[in-house]
Design a protein around this ligand. Structure first.
Ligand SMILES: [Zn+2]
Length: 369
C-alpha cells in the first residue's frame, strides 16, 4: 500500500508565524479524531485541512490548526501541521496539575493528531439560520473505504517512524481529561488497534518465499542440452537438482520442475501436463543460452532456487453501513456467490457470516482463477 501525502503545511493560515515552533517532548502516540462536519443534505464527510484550519485560526483565534494530518472523504492525506509542532487537539484545563498530565498538555505535547473529515455517529443535527435544530441524514456515518485505508497506512508509517506501540494509537475520547465522543461512536478505537495488530503480524511479508525442497524433489529439464548445459552448469552444481533430458518421462516424478529454454524445446502444453501430473511448481527459464545463464546465475547469487513464487497479498476492505458479505463479494469479485471466501479468510474476527459491522476491516483474498 503506497503512502500518498499532499503537503499543504505552507498553505495554512498564519503559517509564517508558527512554522519554526517545536513541540515540548517527544512523540509517543497518535490520536484519531473526526471533524464532526457532515453535509447537511447527504450526511457525507465535508471539509479539509484548509477549512478546518481557517476555522481554528480565524474562528477560534488559535495560532494554528488543531491537527497534524487531515484525511478528507476522498482519502487523500493532507499534511497540515508539521509533526514537530504540537497540535491543539486534546488539551484540557488542569491548572494545579492534579491529573499529572503536564497541566493538561500531555496529549498535545506527545501525541500526533490525525483528523478524518466526517461525523461518525448517528443522530447528527445542526442549527439552521433560524436557530432551529435540524437532522442530518444518516447515509454516511462511518469513514469511507478510502479514508480508512489512508488512515491505516498513515498510522503504520508514523508508528514505524516514531516507534509507537499499538496501545498508544487512541481515539480522542480515550484520552484522559478529554470529555468527548470523538472520533464518533461508529469508529471503535479497539477495533482499529486490532486491525493494526493484524497488519503488524502480516507485515513485512516475506517478499518472495521459497519452497523447502528435499533431495530428489527438484528436476532441471534440459531438452536441448547441447545448447543450454553450460548455461545451467553453475546452477546445477549449486543446488544439486536432478537433471533430465526427456520431458515426457518427467510427469509425476518430481514436485518442482525448472524447464530450461523456450517453447520450441519444451512446449507450454508439456509443462501443463507436468502440473496435471502433480508437480507443485513448474517454472520456465526462457531465452537464449546467454539470458538463461544470466537468470540462473542471479538465482545462484541470491541463493534462490526459483524465480519469484510469492502469492499476491490479500486486499483490505472496510465494511460500510448496509454492506453484507454478499454485497462485498459482488463488489470485489463481481460474484455474490463467492462470499464464503471472504468469510473463511476472516474467521478470526467474524463468528457468523451475518455479523459484519461498519468499520470492520476485512481481508479480501485474490479472486480464485
Ligand atoms: Zn477529537
Amino acid at each position: 500500500m503506497a503512502l500518498d501525502i499532499t503537503d499543504v503545511r505552507a498553505q495554512m493560515p498564519n503559517y509564517e508565524n508558527y512554522k519554526d515552533w517545536q513541540r515540548s517532548g517527544e512523540v509517543l502516540g497518535i490520536a484519531v479524531h473526526h471533524s464532526a462536519t457532515a453535509d447537511r443534505t447527504t450526511g457525507a464527510p465535508t471539509g479539509n485541512a484548509l477549512s478546518f484550519f481557517t476555522y481554528h485560526v480565524n474562528g477560534q483565534g488559535w495560532s494554528h490548526g488543531g491537527y497534524n494530518y487531515v484525511i478528507p472523504g476522498s482519502g487523500q492525506i493532507e499534511y497540515a501541521l508539521d509533526e514537530k509542532i504540537s497540535a491543539y487537539h486534546a488539551g484540557f484545563r488542569d491548572t494545579d496539575n492534579s491529573e499529572g498530565l503536564e497541566y493538561g498538555q500531555y496529549w498535545n505535547n506527545h501525541y500526533l493528531a490525525i483528523c478524518m473529515a466526517g461525523w461518525f455517529s448517528d443522530n447528527r443535527t445542526y442549527q439552521d439560520a433560524n436557530g432551529q435544530t435540524r437532522q442530518i441524514p444518516n447515509q454516511y456515518t462511518t469513514p469511507t473505504s478510502a479514508q480508512m485505508e489512508s488512515l491505516l497506512n498513515l498510522i503504520q508509517h508514523l508508528r514505524q517512524k516514531y516507534n509507537i506501540p499499538v496501545e498508544n494509537v487512541r481515539g480522542h475520547r480515550e484520552l484522559r481529561g478529554n470529555g468527548t465522543t470523538c472520533p464518533g461512536y461508529n469508529v471503535d478505537p479497539a477495533q482499529l488497534r486490532a486491525t493494526l495488530k493484524t497488519l503488524d503480524e502480516t507485515k513485512p511479508p516475506d517478499p518472495d518465499p521459497q519452497p523447502e525442497v528435499k533431495p530428489g524433489e527438484h528436476v532441471v529439464l534440459l531438452p536441448d542440452a547441447d545448447r543450454y548445459f553450460d548455461a545451467a552448469a553453475t546452477y546445477i552444481w549449486h543446488f544439486q537438482p536432478d537433471v533430465s533430458f526427456a520431458i515426457d518421462q518427467a510427469a509425476g516424478r518430481w514436485k518442482y520442475v525448472t524447464a530450461i529454454g523456450d517453447a520450441s524445446g519444451i512446449s507450454d502444453a508439456q509443462l501443463e501436463r507436468l502440473r496435471t501430473a502433480g508437480a507443485l511448481l513448474v517454472q520456465r527459464i526462457p531465452g537464449d543460452p546467454d539470458s538463461v545463464r544470466g537468470a540462473l546465475d542471479q538465482l545462484v547469487d541470491a541463493d534462490r532456487r526459483f524465480l519469484d513464487v510469492s502469492e499476491p497479498q490479500p486486499q483490505m476492505y472496510t465494511v460500510q453501513s448496509g454492506d453484507t458479505l454478499y454485497s462485498i463479494a459482488r463488489q470485489v469479485y463481481g460474484q455474490a456467490s463467492l462470499w464464503n471466501i471472504i468469510y473463511e479468510a476472516n474467521r478470526d474476527i467474524l463468528s457468523n457470516p451475518s455479523q459484519i459491522k461498519p468499520g470492520q476491516v476485512l481481508k479480501i483474498p485474490p479472486k480464485p482463477a
